[in-house]
Structure formats: structure tokens, C-alpha cells
Design a protein around this ligand. Sequence first.
Ligand SMILES: [Zn+2]
Length: 267
Amino acid sequence: MNAEIGIIGGSGLYSLMDKFEEVEMDTEYGKPSDRIAIGMIGNRSVAFLPRHGRKHSLPPHKIPYKANIAAFKQLGVSRIISTSAIGSLKQEYKPGDIALFDQFVNMTHGRDDTFFHGSSVTHVSTAEPYCPELRSIGMKAADTLKLDYHKDATIVVINGPRFNTKAESKMYANHGFDVINMTQYPEVPLAIEREMCYLGIGMVTDYDAGLEGNDNIKPVTLEEVNRIFAANISKVKSMINEIVPRVPEARIKCHCPDVLKNAVVGH
Ligand SMILES: [Zn+2]
């Protein structure tokens, strides 16, 4: 079994494929979050993995990020379309909005975030962590769908699983970061290390711990996250359905396949 495009997201995305076959995979880094569903969207082969497991049983800091990326690599995946719920740190990022990520800031700790612990010292560039070609395809898709979206969000990734204090949230907002979640790191750099293109699509579900100077906006609750997510999941599915057929088969417009050239010290 193989697939060219990997999709990571919530279990609501199984319905993207009319039919699919599930494979139980194992990697040298252990098992991925769940069985991987392999099917077609149009005439493109896709592999879908529910990041937290189909029963949402894996908290963000326990997700087997390395096994997930390694399993996709084994299937031949060269591009990842990732979707996740995000909190907003700015008024203009409203619940229900779609955001394409442009930069991440890592504030997680204790997560195994590299494949390169071994004998060769490897430093990949993450200056532009999200594939520019996939991002432009994502923008075209959102334009076609006439969605309210943000094309260049900076996401700060916190360890969780607790939500932020008001002071933490204010600090991140004061740094100028746009949105926040708990799972973009180390998923993105691991995909980069395995020479994959990665597109990060977020759906705003809440205003984190509230917005400074606006007492009407209450701190995030899980109930509200779930309500907004369910009400807007169709936007995420439409985005994926628009994006997949626009992805060129060959990767010639981005440098993601060449990331390991000149990245290894002493070779
Ligand atoms: Zn790329």
C-alpha cells in the first residue's frame, strides 16, 4: 500500500474518502496514533491519520509524532496536509475562521523532536517551515471557497494539556503571535527532516484565555472548542477537497525535497 498525500486531523475527516482500507503500521519509533486509512480523493491516493487516535485518547504531549511521520514516509507520502483546532490571540482571528500557518514558535518541552540523534550531525533549515507551494495552493482553495481566512499566521505551540493562564496568553499576544495550539510541534520539523512538504491549516475555535481589554470574551472551555469545531468542520473538509486535486504530482517549485542537502556536518 502507498499514498502520495498524507492528511492528519480529527476523526471527522474519515468521510473525505468514499471508501478506504485501513493498515496497522509499525515503525522503528513505535506505532502511529492509530491505523492509517488509505483511499482516494478524486484520482489522488491519500493516507489519513487521526492525530489523537480515533477515540481521541492521546493527549498532545503523548502523540507518537515520530512514528506518525515515519509511517507516512514508509507509505511514500511526500506531502502532508495537516488540520487542527487553534486558539486566537488577536481580535481579527475570529472563531470559525481558517488560518494557514506561515511560522511556528515552539514553547513545548520534553518532546522528542528530531530523527537525527545519531552519528551524523544534521541541522535542517526551518526558516520557512511550511511549504510555500502548498501554502499558495491553500490560498487559492480558500479564495475559491470564499472563506474568511488568514494566509500567514504565526502559531505558538504550547505543551499543554492544560490551557494557558491569562498572563501566558497575554505574553504570547504581546509577542505578536497570532494563534496557538499544542500539536504543531514537533510534527512540522519531523516532517521537514523526512523531506516532506507540510501545509498547516488551523480552524479558530476560541480566544484562548480571553482578550486584553474585552471582558465579554470568556476564557476557552473544551465545550466551546467542540461546539465551534463541529459547526465549522465542513470548511476544513472543503479546503482539503479543493487542495488535493491542485497539488502537482512532481515537486519542482519548492525546496522541501532537498532539505538534507548541505544539512549534514562532516559528509
Ligand atoms: Zn514543498
